[in-house]
Design a protein around this ligand. Structure first.
Ligand SMILES: [Zn+2]
Length: 290
């Protein structure tokens, strides 16, 4: 099982792999080929593959560590990495979200509602194939603290199983609907091996904000370590994404990564984990509807 000393051990490994400070897998793909036929180019490819494999291993270790910790995470650390997250899919807007994220070379995280997974199984698989992370967002999006413990178990476990069946992925991320959780929810997520991810920047898109307002809230709130809440099945959110958010963040040199990537290279400190609201000082935004 994961031991308490694991996280400190992650950092030297991270440095060894040069995964923390480099461009990471979200950077535009390396040039397509002119150097690939040379020995030097081949060496580069081998090193790049090793780096990606090392980063994936780091991500798995980080997720296992934070799942075992059993504390909700609101943001990462202070490096210039941040995470965009999209709730309530998959759905008809998934291909558009993927298209624009790919165009800008950005990894994201999708928290899926279990009952939507089978009807949109292809979209869920495409999210995974696109290099994005998947998470469990309950089966039917209830207010979990109002449910019995057995119902909470079904909501989380059935969704985890549906995502596994559709994508072959054992998800290790969980986000409670509306950000609403209690000790029973926390314990169930921990039992199922999922790190509980909330947010510290709320786009308020679920409240009907138009694309300009969504973009303003995200761009005003985001900073190093931020975890941003958005919803993929909203046209105004997609418009805000391609027309304002992604171009602006590219200029600010904030690297947008998946939540597992964020936890591997820019994790919250233990002090943050134990602080009210996740210790996300210096970044605006409050928990809201998820
Ligand atoms: Zn939601």
């Amino acid at each position: 099982m994961v031991r308490r000393f694991l996280l400190p051990a992650l950092l030297p490994l991270c440095l060894l792999l040069a995964a923390c400070g480099g461009s990471g897998p979200t950077a535009p793909a390396a040039t397509t080929g002119t150097a690939s036929t040379t020995t030097a180019g081949g060496g580069k490819q081998v090193r790049a593959a090793a780096k990606r494999a090392g980063l994936r291993k780091l991500q798995r270790q980080a997720l296992a560590y934070y799942a075992q910790q059993g504390r909700p995470i609101f943001c990462g650390g202070k490096k210039r990495y941040a995470a965009l997250t999209f709730d309530d899919g998959p759905g008809p807007y998934t291909p558009l979200a993927r298209k624009y994220l790919k165009k800008f070379g950005v990894e994201a995280t999708f928290f899926l509602v279990g009952r939507n997974v089978q009807p949109y199984a292809i979209q869920a698989r495409d999210e995974k194939r696109g290099g994005h992370a998947l998470g469990d967002h309950s089966w039917s999006h209830p207010y979990l603290p109002n449910l019995s413990t057995a119902e909470i178990t079904r909501q989380l476990g059935d969704t985890q199983a549906a995502i596994r069946q559709a994508t072959g992925t054992q998800v290790q991320l969980f986000r409670p609907p509306y950000g609403a959780h209690d000790a029973r929810v926390d314990a169930e997520a921990q039992r199922l091996g999922m790190a509980q991810i909330l947010w510290n920047v709320d786009s308020r898109d679920s409240e009907g904000a138009d694309y300009a307002e969504i973009a303003r809230r995200v761009l005003d709130g985001i900073g190093p370590g931020a975890i941003v809440l958005m919803h993929e099945n909203r046209g105004q959110t997609i418009r805000a994404l391609w027309s304002r958010i992604l171009p602006a963040l590219k200029k600010r040199h904030i690297e947008l990564v998946s939540v597992p990537h964020l936890l591997a290279v820019n994790p919250p400190s233990q002090q943050q984990l134990h602080a009210p609201g996740g210790g996300c000082s210096g970044i605006t935004g409050q928990p809201g509807e998820g």
